[in-house]
Design a protein. Structure first.
Lengths: 252, 221
């Protein structure tokens, strides 16, 4: 009855005219081949991932963040903050805050006492007489995921001045987020700087005035902040800042 | 620690197995799309030598073409179902929270299961008029999402508290992420919906269906 309402070619006329008895074999072969290939792929996926998990070894140098991460017992740990927190990060459109606009420049950041993945103590003490760069990272943050390997490559190429220490702080750890656990990430990247674990409240990040990830705080050997930056800072720019920090210390 | 580590490892292996499986299916899909592309080129070249000048496959390839057309709708339904179940597995079992762009792709993908399922049962080859425009929108979102993943700096330069769409949850074979696989799923559905034909009307469907690219089909419309 409905068919009478259509004028001209009935678009559904082919629906009533089914061929059930003599479907060409080609269709069946295609379906069969597809099912077979999918089953094979499923089996391959199963066995490949099984063997991958058995062979998971990498060369990690001693006394590095990656080594501590390889023996990970924890992903978050308590942090003791001693001293006044840094001033809030300035409202700036640039990833690298101009020192003239940054109220924290010249301030002494608080001492952070905490531990790494393997429970070994990590202390970030501005008064230890060494210039340092503290890098705050979140494992789930794509900008941190992009920046960390670039920094590691920069270090591996021998660019890091001898008189500047690097520390990383793994903060904002979220179990249900991408790239968890951070220890696995640090091992994968072969990250050499010591990694301090922030507590669930992010005490270390708050004490250093973190505005976003990644976040960099640079301080001189007198423990005064010289530069702060937040975001995926291009590695050349990062390198220039760290090299300048190193040569400042050598000159003074 | 031992127990929880073993638990995490076994979950990780399962998620890894499933994502690898989905990625291999996506590669299989790419292979199919490439074959379709080659066939389209063959049809255009062969067709240009015929009297009608319209794209047409050589006689020897017609049984294969018709065979694919016969099973195209059930296959498209399977693709939509796989994408939907895969997406639900990643969010509900693997606990990867879907971002905003993921949700837009889900809005396009999930109804395809119902639309194509009914079309496959009814052998309604005209479903392409409803399915293809939607999945083309889906392809657009997938491409944008993939670019955001690859070049997070183009959207933001730092992360704040929220997890951004540029978070890469799955990365297989150095090029496949979740939106990449979704995009391939959309493309497969589009091509399969366009290839679908009924056995009793191969001649009628033949000329238009030889051009397997969704874009060209739309231009025809």
């Amino acid at each position: 009855m409905n068919e009478q309402k259509h004028e001209g070619a009935d678009p559904y006329s082919n629906l009533t005219n089914r061929t059930t008895g003599n479907r060409p074999k080609t269709g069946l072969i295609i379906v069969g081949a597809t099912v077979a290939v999918v089953l094979v792929l499923g089996a391959v996926a199963f066995f490949v991932t099984r063997s991958e998990n058995n062979a998971d070894t990498a060369a990690i140098s001693n006394d590095t963040g990656a080594q501590a991460a390889q023996n990970a017992e924890q992903e978050q740990a308590s942090v003791t903050v001693i001293g006044e927190p840094l001033a809030a990060y300035p409202q700036t459109s640039s990833m690298v805050a101009p020192p003239a606009e940054d109220p924290a420049v010249g301030q002494t950041p608080p001492v952070l006492e905490g531990s790494s993945f393997d429970g070994s103590p990590v202390k970030i003490d501005p008064a230890d007489g060494r210039a340092k760069v503290v890098i705050f990272v979140a494992h789930w943050c794509p900008h941190c995921q992009a920046e960390v390997p670039l920094i590691q490559k920069w270090i591996d190429e021998g660019n890091k001045p001898e008189n500047v220490d690097f520390y990383a702080v793994s903060t904002s750890v979220k179990r249900d987020q991408a790239n968890y656990p951070p220890s696995k990430w640090v091992v994968k990247e072969g990250f050499t700087p010591k990694v301090m674990l922030d507590d669930p409240a992010g005490s270390a990040a708050v004490a250093y005035g973190l505005p976003g990830f990644p976040y960099f705080v640079m301080m001189d050997s007198a423990g005064k902040v010289t530069q702060r930056a937040s975001g995926e800072v291009p590695i050349d720019q990062f390198g220039t800042l760290v090299t300048a920090l190193g040569s400042q210390q050598a000159a003074s | 620690m031992g127990l929880s580590a073993a638990g995490t490892l076994s979950t990780a292996m399962d998620v890894d197995t499933v994502t690898l499986f989905l990625a291999m299916l996506a590669v299989l899909g790419i292979g199919f799309l490439l074959v379709c592309l080659v066939f389209s080129v063959v049809a255009v070249i062969h067709g240009s030598r015929t009297a009608t000048k319209r794209p047409a496959l050589p006689e020897s390839l017609l049984p294969l073409r018709t065979g694919i057309g016969q099973v195209a709708l059930p296959l498209a339904f399977c693709v939509a179902l796989t994408c939907t179940l895969g997406s639900l597995y990643l969010s509900e079992v693997a606990k990867f929270p879907p971002c905003e762009l993921c949700w837009f792709q889900r809005i396009v993908m999930y109804p395809q299961v119902i639309i194509l399922g009914i079309a496959a049962l009814r052998r309604d080859v005209l479903v392409k008029w409803y399915s293809v425009p939607l999945v083309i929108i889906g392809i657009g979102i997938s491409i944008y999402h993939y670019l955001v993943e690859r070049f997070p700096s183009t959207v933001t330069f730092s992360c704040t508290g929220d997890v951004p769409c540029s978070t890469v949850w799955v990365w297989k074979f150095h090029f496949l992420s979740i939106p990449a696989m979704a995009g391939i799923g959309f493309a497969l559905i589009a091509v399969l919906a366009l290839l679908a034909c009924n056995v009793e009307q191969p001649a009628q469907n033949q000329p238009a269906l030889d051009s397997t690219e969704p874009k060209s089909e739309n231009e025809d419309a």
